[in-house]
Design a binder for this molecule. Structure first.
Ligand code: SF4
Ligand code: SF4
Length: 184
């Protein structure tokens, strides 16, 4: 029987655990055939202080699968679209390569595929999720930085974390409603 329960897939991230090994970046590229020089996820490094008191923090980033995605709003053909479970995707067949969505995305989450003439981005590994799996970046991370799950399910790990921990979302002022939650 088909699962008709409403779902809202999100990622909760604990950046403090990130060791910048980039296993998630490599796993994503391998899983999704991301072309050389393009990335669906990346690590932002911030260095503070002066030697010998240096501090570095690492922040894993990718498409935020926004609740109200500006990329979808500006797409003239409907190629950029959002599933009922919140995952934002690009339909290659309808993409005309105008790149409006790249300009509209406040998170620089999209890239142009010269080989196909289309725009591409993170899919939250929807092909794995639809078979009951989890995104490759989540599975691969040795530090378990990312937790993936359904925010509509109060017993899910993501719901439990967001109910008990403090967190932030990036650039809330955009009004996009990013669905990646960073634990403080
Ligand atoms: Fe950080 Fe995990 Fe990615 Fe390694 S795999 S860079 S620890 S998020
Ligand atoms: Fe669209 Fe950018 Fe939001 Fe991803 S992060 S859903 S590409 S606006």
């Amino acid at each position: 029987m088909a699962d008709t329960k409403k779902k809202r897939y999100v990622l909760v991230l604990d950046s403090k655990k990130c060791i910048n090994c980039k296993a998630c970046v490599v796993a994503c590229k391998a899983e999704n055939g991301v072309p050389v020089g393009k990335f669906r996820d990346w690590i932002t490094e911030e260095r503070r202080g002066t030697w010998p008191r240096l501090m570095a923090t690492f922040d894993p980033e990718q498409c935020m699968h926004c609740e109200n995605p500006s990329c979808v709003r500006v797409c003239p053909t409907g190629a950029s679209w959002q599933r009922k479970d919140g995952i934002v995707l690009v339909n290659y067949d309808d993409c005309i390569g105008c790149r409006y969505c790249m300009i509209a995305c406040p998170y620089n989450a999209r890239y142009f595929r010269e080989d196909l003439g289309v725009v591409d981005k993170c899919t939250l590994c929807a092909h794995r999720v639809d078979k009951g799996g989890i995104p490759a970046c989540v599975e691969t991370c040795p530090s378990k930085v990312r937790v993936f799950g359904d925010l509509e399910d109060p017993s899910s790990d993501v719901s439990q974390l967001l109910n008990t921990r403090r967190y932030l979302v990036k650039k809330p002022e955009t009004g996009n409603g990013p669905q990646l939650y960073y634990l403080l």
